[in-house]
Design a protein around this ligand. Structure first.
Ligand code: FAD
Length: 264
């Protein structure tokens, strides 16, 4: 089984700052692997253990994202592909999906499974995985908590929905978007660290992928960010303590009247 795992480097902070173009300020901010992608990696490692799967990790990002690819190799991934080119800058989710799907098509054309995180904690659109699946014309499962098993090219997975949990089967090749699960993320052992240090990370550019410059980066992005702001968080509210239901209802009624929602 051949797995393409998509991981994104994200800022290690919740204190996001914005550039004048309404994109995130990433310079000078420590980066980490997107936490949901760690869970996707754990699912891939489980398939490696059970089915001898081969894991190729893809990331689209700046050159320093190679270190994150090495971290995934240190815990058991097999190969890292860094999709990096100044011409990819300013990509929206569509251009990102187009570029990553082109890289998977070129570098791992016979993939069986693509794993993504459900969300990236910075952009948080949850669009990239579904975009890759639709561009490659393969089925997708979102909100997957766990891959249960995989036999004869049919994969069974557990999805978490608002109103319950469902177990579904999908024919491979397919793409899954992975949620947080009960796995304890693995730690790298010394052999893994040495393997990762010596691993060759292949870098692919726009020209390598045969993409048209008009289809990548800001030129290939049909969306733009017109405004970015932090929503005002309303804290506290007003608390009332009362012993009787009737007393509570009267206080509440008085308050609702006071703010003008009720007449009379
Ligand atoms: P989600 O869709 O929430 O991510 C879900 C999953 O998809 C992840 O868990 C991961 O598995 C996979 N995934 C997502 N992104 C990647 C990736 N890069 N590599 C591998 N796997 C991935 N961002 C910049 O960094 N620089 C820019 O200059 C920039 N300009 C932008 C301009 C516009 C107009 C817009 C709209 C966005 C811009 N962005 C930029 C943000 C960028 O488009 C998103 O970071 C990217 O498309 C992924 O979307 P997301 O963060 O919502 O990820």
């Amino acid at each position: 089984m051949k797995i393409a795992l998509c991981v994104k480097q994200v800022p290690d902070t919740s204190d996001i700052k914005w550039t004048e173009n309404n994109t995130m300020q990433r310079d000078g901010v420590e980066s980490i692997i997107n936490p949901y992608d760690v869970y996707a990696l754990e699912q891939a490692l489980k398939l490696k253990k059970e089915l001898n799967a081969e894991i190729t990790v893809f990331t689209m990002g700046p050159l320093q994202a190679a270190d994150m690819l090495r971290d995934t190799i240190a815990v058991g991934a097999d190969k890292g592909i860094l999709i990096s080119d100044k011409k990819f800058a300013g990509a929206d989710t569509y251009a990102t999906g187009k570029t990553i799907s082109a890289a998977i098509k070129k570098e791992l054309p016979d993939f069986d499974l693509i794993l993504c995180g459900q969300f990236a904690i910075d952009g948080d659109t949850a669009q990239t995985g579904p975009c890759i699946a639709s561009l490659l014309d393969i089925p997708q499962l979102t909100y997957v908590r766990e891959i249960n098993d995989c036999n004869d090219n049919i994969l069974t997975a557990t999805r978490v929905l608002d109103d319950g949990i469902e177990t579904v089967k999908v024919q491979l090749p397919a793409l899954l978007c992975i949620l947080k699960s009960d796995f304890e993320p693995q730690r790298a052992l010394i052999n893994g660290i040495i393997k990762a240090q010596n691993a060759e990370i292949k870098t692919v550019s726009l020209d390598n992928l045969g993409l048209n410059p008009e289809d990548a980066g800001i030129k290939g992005s049909p969306t733009y960010v017109s405004k970015a702001f932090r929503p005002e968080v309303k804290h506290g509210g007003e608390k009332f303590f009362c012993l009787e239901n009737r007393e509570g209802a009267e206080i509440l009624y008085g308050k609702i009247k006071e703010i003008g929602v009720l007449n009379g």
